[in-house]
Every structure is written in structure tokens, then in C-alpha cells.
Design a protein around this ligand. Structure first.
Ligand SMILES: Nc1ncnc2c1ncn2[C@@H]1O[C@H](COP(=O)(O)OP(=O)(O)OP(=O)(O)O)[C@@H](O)[C@H]1O
Length: 272
């Protein structure tokens, strides 16, 4: 993304092609007596879709929370070869970890455009003082955030509803706004938590095609939590299967689909 010096881009390391975009190393976390993740290790390549699948309660969202810094556990998380697990959530966002949530978290009374602009926050450098007094730097940053949001609205076909309150829009468009908002923060790794939930299959395919096109062009690695196995098989190059917090399988979709442990724990004979 062009920044013209207005946005504070946190010191992002240029990825070495040899480093994975993300490396999860022995990630573990418990809530009371529940072992939500247990020694989970895998890598996410620099591009393409990695799907994380597994039954309800397998630990998928907890894994995202751990990567984003919304909760702390044991083990290491490396982005482009550098450890990020000691960092707070906002610093990880600044380093290029973007995410969406299972349940939409839009501000219903704000327009689609403003909701997307909020996603630029990890890149802003003007403080509360200069924003409050609308100083030139803050105005430039706001202009850039607006232009960026307008580009994203166009890409996702949301241009005509840019000024509509998010709360008035149908589910499919709300989902797209959430994705666009996370892309406004200029991530290099995008974590999508069940973006297709509640959408018809054909809508979900179009949505993921739009995401795939954008992320491929921008060099963004996507990690997708998804229960729709058909979508996973269509979009993911790599599949991680969790079960009761443990890594059950990891590999190419065609291989994982035939793994007897995955069939027994999650897919069932029919889906496989
Ligand atoms: N904050 C928390 N406090 C207590 N238990 C939690 C917390 N977060 C997650 N858990 C528990 O950890 C386990 C994993 O939950 P998680 O939400 O990560 O699963 P999931 O695979 O995302 O499930 P789903 O597909 O239903 O969204 C579950 O048993 C859940 O109840």
C-alpha cells in the first residue's frame, strides 16, 4: 500500500521467501480444566489459503485469538521468522496480522465506508491531540484511510452502499464489510473466522473468490476457519485439522480428506 509517509507502518520485516508467513510452535492454552490447544505446531506459507477445520470446540477460534494476542498461552508464534507472541494485540495488528470474527462486529449506525476506515487504525500515527484538533497530519491520514476504504468498497462491489448504515445492509454485505475492514489495516496475514457462515454456497464462493483475488494480488496469506468442507476443498492449498485442541492432521486437501482419523473425527464417510 502506498503510504506517502502519512501512515506509521510499524517496523515490518520484509519477508524472506524461506520463512513461512506464520509459524505456530507448540501452542498450548487451557481455560480452567479445558485444554483448548495442546502443543499445536504448523506453518502458514507466504501466500494462498490455509484452512483450519475441526469439530465444534476443537480450538479453531482459540488458535486465532492466540495468534492475534487476544489471549496468551504457551509456545511460540513467529511471523516472517520473528517471534510475535510476546507482543500485545495492537502491535501484532501493526505488524500485519488482520482478522475477522465469527460474529459480525460492525458499528451498525456507521456507514459501510466508515466501518472500513476504522480498519486503518493499526497504520495511523497521529495521536489523539492532533486528531482532535484536526491537524494537517491527521487530516492527511484520514484522507488516505478514506481513499483506501473507497478502493476496498469498489473491489468488493460495495460502492453503491458505501454511505448506507452497516446495520441496514444484508448479511452477505456485512460480511464483506468486515473483510474489507480487516484488509484496510494492510495485513500480510489475514485470519478469516467462518466468513461464509450464514451465506448461501454460491454467495460464499463469490465472496472467497473476491478475497482470493485481492489477497493473491497483494501477497496476503489467508488462514480460513471454515465448516463448509466443499469451500475448504475448493479454496485451500493446505488444511490443518484440529480435534479436542490437538493437531489431528495437516496437508493437502485431497490427502487430509482421505485420512481415516479426519473422517472419523470430523468429516464422516459421506463427506469424504
Ligand atoms: N474464554 C474462554 N473461557 C473458557 N473456555 C473457553 C474460552 N475460549 C474457548 N474456550 C473453550 O475452549 C474450547 C475451544 O473453543 P473454540 O471456540 O476455540 O473452538 P472452535 O473450534 O472455534 O469451535 P466452533 O467451531 O464451535 O467455533 C472449547 O471447549 C471452549 O468452550
Amino acid at each position: 500500500m502506498e503510504i506517502n509517509g502519512e501512515f506509521r507502518r510499524p517496523e515490518r520485516k520484509l519477508p524472506d521467501a524461506a520463512d513461512p508467513a506464520l509459524r505456530i510452535e507448540a501452542a498450548s492454552i487451557s481455560f480452567g480444566g479445558i485444554r483448548a490447544l495442546s502443543e499445536v505446531s504448523f506453518s502458514v506459507p507466504q501466500s494462498g489459503f490455509t484452512a483450519v477445520i475441526g469439530p465444534n470446540g476443537a480450538g479453531k477460534t482459540t488458535l486465532f485469538n492466540l495468534i492475534c494476542g487476544f489471549c496468551r498461552g504457551a509456545g511460540e508464534i513467529l511471523k516472517d521468522g520473528a517471534r510475535i507472541d510476546p507482543l500485545p494485540a495492537h502491535a501484532r495488528a501493526g505488524l500485519g496480522i488482520g482478522r475477522t470474527f465469527q460474529t459480525p462486529t460492525l458499528i451498525d449506525g456507521e456507514s459501510a465506508l466508515h466501518n472500513i476506515m476504522l480498519g486503518s487504525n493499526p497504520l495511523l500515527s497521529s495521536g489523539v491531540f492532533s486528531s482532535f484538533f484536526s491537524m494537517p497530519k491527521a487530516r492527511r491520514e484520514e484522507r488516505r484511510a478514506r481513499e483506501r476504504a473507497e478502493e476496498l468498497l469498489e473491489h468488493f462491489g460495495l460502492g453503491p452502499v458505501g454511505s448506507s448504515p452497516a446495520g441496514d445492509l444484508p448479511h452477505r454485505q456485512r460480511r464483506l464489510i468486515e473483510i474489507a475492514r480487516s484488509l484496510a489495516g494492510d495485513p500480510t496475514v489475514l485470519l478469516l473466522d467462518e466468513p461464509a457462515a450464514g451465506s448461501h454456497h454460491s454467495e460464499a464462493v463469490i465472496m472467497l473468490e473476491q478475497v482470493a483475488g485481492y489477497c493473491a494480488a497483494q501477497g496476503i496469506a489467508v488462514v480460513l476457519v471454515e465448516h463448509n468442507v466443499q469451500l475448504v476443498m475448493q479454496f485451500a492449498e493446505d488444511v490443518v485439522v484440529l480435534n479436542f485442541g490437538e493437531l489431528l492432521a495437516h496437508g493437502a486437501p485431497a490427502v487430509v480428506k482421505k485420512d481415516p482419523r479426519v473422517i472419523s473425527a470430523y468429516l464422516g464417510e459421506e463427506a469424504a
